[in-house]
Write a protein that binds this ligand. Structure first.
Ligand code: SF4
Length: 498
């Protein structure tokens, strides 16, 4: 089997999802799984382990974490000599499967390219898929796909009866340890031994996929984490704790204390502004953490409340104060622009808040540098904001420019994501299967290449800037997220009433 990551080795090997599936698959006595990455050369991708081309495998499993990687998915398939559209494949071609957060939220834009798409987490879906593959190997492709279509969490576009597919998740994470299986320096976080601490998030920010796609919140036990860390520390000096809300782990303080006693240096992927305890920050600083990232997301209390991030200014300033107290060298604050109902006044509120944070850091004279990361708000399928319009590129550019002009001269570094590419992301995140034609036609991955392909198909992608009526059938209605009926609409209603 091939495990395909539609981006470079350097990026892919820091992805714990890829590491987990590699370990899981190779743990079966009758399975050999090899890795393929996108090379960006237009040449056929070959596996790292045995240098085989993709078309020689029986099964190819793509993991697709980001919408902008959709272009690379198409590139890999085109270069492999395998028919791009699943309906054109026959018994001589691999069965091509996709999974990952983007697929779970909205499988439609890529659906025509895949024989089947996994909705949810891989661990509970994989055993049944493998069993069908074993039985179906050497048999008729349509019978194998029909059998896959009967499995929970598996969407086979060719055999879909229109019935929804229920998202699957692992009930007990301790049964499925997730850690770096293949260690390499040639990756973004190559000096860390990565450990997954938890899935899901206790917060319910209304723009964020995590609270719906990865719910419920599940934590790994302290013991299982320590056992894994002990192994990792034979190979690396630092442990990287991964998860959307690592700071929500009920035994975080004890975990950090024990890791320090084991001599581990530390790194953490996410900290919430609240609660953020001094002992946790102390342990992180002792463990060599040099950068802390916090995400207020909006500058004004009104907008924070509207998006579901119920932090007061005092919460944020107090968190900044605690970070500076520990002498941590770098503080990053994440904000979004183009949020629903946002006005120029909300942008000025980001400026004022950033100045106040800088003031707190300067009072400590500890040399902590402040940087601000700005991302345009992109409405995502499966969130309470899925019906809302995205702001136009001109507005987004204007707001980013205002922030940059106000903050940069005061020694606050400003980094931002491209509004134009965020718009492409927005189109892909809420698109339907007609987008597959556009993706297939893109001859060069650039904004002009994208626009030409959209124009060539005569597709109206301005839906990204329109508010969708709540009664409209959503392109991803095949996905059953497992949420209480009406929950997302109710959340949107509450937000707009703020
Ligand atoms: S934005 Fe962060 S805090 Fe909010 S739900 Fe998502 S992961 Fe949790």
């Amino acid at each position: 089997m091939a495990i395909v990551y539609p981006n470079s080795y350097y990026i892919g090997m820091s992805n714990l999802g890829i590491q987990a599936i590699y370990r899981l698959l190779n743990g079966y006595p009758d399975v050999v799984a090899e890795r393929l990455f996108w090379g960006g050369t237009g040449q056929p991708a070959i596996s790292l382990e045995s240098q085989r081309p993709l078309r020689d495998f029986f099964l190819a499993a793509f993991s697709v974490p980001f919408e902008l990687d959709f272009f690379n998915v198409v590139d890999i398939l085109k270069a492999s000599g395998i028919p791009l559209n699943a309906v054109e494949r026959d018994e001589g071609h691999p069965v091509i499967i996709a999974g990952g957060a983007t697929i779970t939220a909205n499988p439609m834009p890529l659906a025509p390219f895949f024989d089947c798409l996994c909705i949810g987490e891989v661990e509970p879906i994989l055993p049944a898929v493998l069993s069908v593959m074993r039985e179906g190997k050497g048999g008729r492709r349509d019978e194998l796909l029909a059998a896959l279509a009967r499995l929970p969490g598996v969407y086979v576009p060719r055999f879909s009866s229109g019935q929804t597919v229920a998202r699957q998740w692992a009930a007990n994470l301790n049964e499925f340890p997730v850690f770096a299986t293949v260690l390499t320096r040639d990756t973004e976080l190559g000096d860390l031994y990565l450990l997954e601490v938890e899935r899901g998030c206790n917060w319910s920010c209304r723009f964020c996929l995590v609270s719906t796609t990865f719910c419920p919140v599940r934590y790994r036990s302290l013991d299982s984490l320590l056992v894994q860390a002990e192994t990792g520390l034979k190979y690396r000096k630092r442990v990287g704790l991964v998860g959307p809300e690592v700071s929500g782990h009920p035994q975080l303080e004890e975990l950090l204390t024990r890791l320090r006693q084991m001599g581990a240096g530390l790194s953490i992927s996410s900290l919430r502004v609240k609660p953020l305890s001094r002992p946790v920050l102390e342990k992180l600083a002792e463990g060599g953490v040099k950068t802390i990232a916090l995400a207020p997301e909006a500058g004004s209390p009104r907008l924070r409340k509207l998006i579901g991030k119920t932090l007061t200014e005092e919460d944020i300033l107090s968190a900044v104060d605690k970070v500076a107290e520990q002498g941590i060298r770098q503080l990053k604050l994440y904000f979004m622009v183009g949020l629903p109902t946002e006005t120029d006044e909300d942008i000025e509120a980001i400026v004022r808040l950033a100045f106040k944070c800088k003031g707190v850091l300067d009072r400590w004279r500890g040399g902590t540098r402040l940087s601000i990361n700005i991302a345009p708000f992109v409405p995502k399928a499966g969130t309470p904001f899925q019906w809302l319009p995205m702001a136009g590129t001109a507005i987004l550019k204007g707001r980013i420019s205002r922030l940059s002009k106000a903050l940069s001269p005061r020694g606050i570094k400003v980094k931002s994501e491209s509004p134009a590419w965020s718009q492409v992301q927005g189109v892909l995140a809420r698109g339907d299967s007609a987008l597959a034609g556009v993706l297939a036609d893109v001859s060069e991955v650039s904004l002009s290449g994208w626009r030409r392909a959209v124009a060539g198909r005569n597709l109206d992608v301005d839906y990204v800037h329109r508010r969708w009526p709540a009664q409209q059938k959503l392109p991803w209605s095949v996905v059953d997220m497992g949420l209480k009926k009406g929950r997302l609409e109710a959340e949107l209603g509450k937000a707009l009433a703020e």
